[in-house]
Design a protein around this ligand. Structure first.
Ligand SMILES: *Cc1c(COP(=O)(O)O)cnc(C)c1O
Length: 377
């Protein structure tokens, strides 16, 4: 038997497939899906997730940076791939060589791409990014005609799509996204006037996809929901049809390495941030912030042991944490511990950890570090 670390992330690829298939029910049959697998598929493993996505009807893959796009290509993924974070002009050669597409919003990149594509005797696809209020990547609608004039006739460059990105689709207040959608419509009108017709128009991330059906256009870009996690609690009533049709894909587990009694009044771990209030039974686990368990969660989170919640106590260390297991009968070294996931009738969600760590579910998932082996089930 291969040796696995006790601390591991279990990835349920069946749940991933199920989530992708369920998402279809919220879309028109013609609407394409770009499965966003950036950041190693939010920590779940880009290659296995991308394979399942493509086998189950995803039309496009979304990578964050060019290295991720190349990794997908080198592992045999032939579907169209968009680099969502754009590239530097000196990465044009790699982009073209690997038949990747990029976000585009400047002339110098367009020129570099055109030149390189001509050299390699290929056509490079670009997705014009319109900035409708995120104020990050993208060109504002009023500058669009000038950019189009500069790039539309460049050799071997194909304007395959136009897109934008929402800053606040996760928020309860819908007005910001509404305004961005209107700004995007303005940009589409400009394109039409300029006679530029792109085969693809896309803007919807997970939240927008559920909250704004009019944001689907002919392709959507879901990420987080494919992994069975909700961006914010405000989405729950929007997607619930009796029960949540999306299942968490990752469970994070560890194992007790030591259990020992600690007397009342004893300080625990670095800087003594917790003192036992009673004679206690304390378990040590081989998981810490080097595994991606944020130190911010010290003394705030629970874990599941023997189907019950137990509080984490003392500061989270680089490689270890302590759990108060005084109230759990029969605890032993070797017992399985769930950081997030299910055990018996109990469950700890990624969303819960995000709230307790004062962050977003995205960061909890992406933080699970390389040291944690991914076990596929
Ligand atoms: C990450 C990302 C997405 C996916 O967002 P989710 O909220 O995870 O669905 C979509 N579009 C762009 C441009 C992104 O960077």
């Amino acid at each position: 038997m291969a040796h696995h670390r006790a601390t591991r992330a279990e990835i349920d690829l069946t749940a991933f497939r199920h989530n992708l298939q369920n998402l279809r029910k919220y879309l028109d049959p013609q609407t394409r899906i770009m499965a966003v697998v950036k950041a190693d598929a939010y920590g779940h493993g880009a290659i296995p997730c991308a394979r399942i996505a493509v086998e189950n009807g995803a039309d496009y893959l979304g990578a964050g940076v060019i290295e991720e796009g190349i990794e997908l290509r080198e592992n045999g993924l032939n579907a169209p791939i968009l680099i969502l974070g754009s590239i530097f002009p000196d990465e044009a050669e790699d982009l073209v060589r690997h038949n990747l597409a990029t976000i585009l919003c400047t002339r110098p990149l367009a020129q570099a791409l055109s030149k390189e594509a001509e050299k390699q005797d290929k056509t490079v696809s670009v997705h014009i990014k319109v900035d409708t209020g995120m104020n990050r990547l993208g060109i504002s609608p009023e500058n669009l005609p000038a950019l189009l004039d500069q790039v539309r006739n460049l050799k071997n460059l194909k304007i395959e799509a136009v897109s934008t990105h929402f800053s606040s689709a996760d928020d309860e207040d819908l007005s910001v996204t509404q305004a961005q959608l209107e700004e995007f419509q303005t940009a589409l009108t400009i394109l039409q006037k300029e006679g530029v017709h792109t085969p693809i128009v896309h803007c919807a991330n997970t939240s927008a996809l559920f909250k704004f059906p009019e944001s689907h256009f002919n392709m959507v870009r879901p990420g987080l929901i494919l992994y069975g996690v909700l961006p914010s609690p405000s989405l729950r009533p929007v997607i619930d049809q009796g029960e949540n049709p999306f299942q968490p894909v990752m469970q994070w587990k560890s194992q007790i390495i030591l259990v020992k009694p600690i007397a009342k009044g004893q300080p625990l771990s670095y800087s003594r941030s917790f003192t036992t209030q009673r004679d206690s039974l304390i378990a040590t686990l081989p998981i810490g912030y080097a595994d991606g368990l944020h130190r911010m969660l010290s003394n705030k989170m629970d874990v599941l042991i023997r189907g019950r919640r137990a509080p984490q106590v003392g500061n989270i260390c680089m490689d270890m944490i302590l759990i108060d297991v005084t109230d759990i009968p029969d605890v032993q070294a070797g017992d399985e511990v769930v950081i997030f996931g299910r055990q018996g009738d109990e469950m700890i969600s990624v969303e819960e950890l995000a709230v307790k760590g004062k962050t977003i579910p995205y960061e909890i998932l992406c933080s699970v570090s390389k040291r944690v082996p991914r076990i596929y089930t």
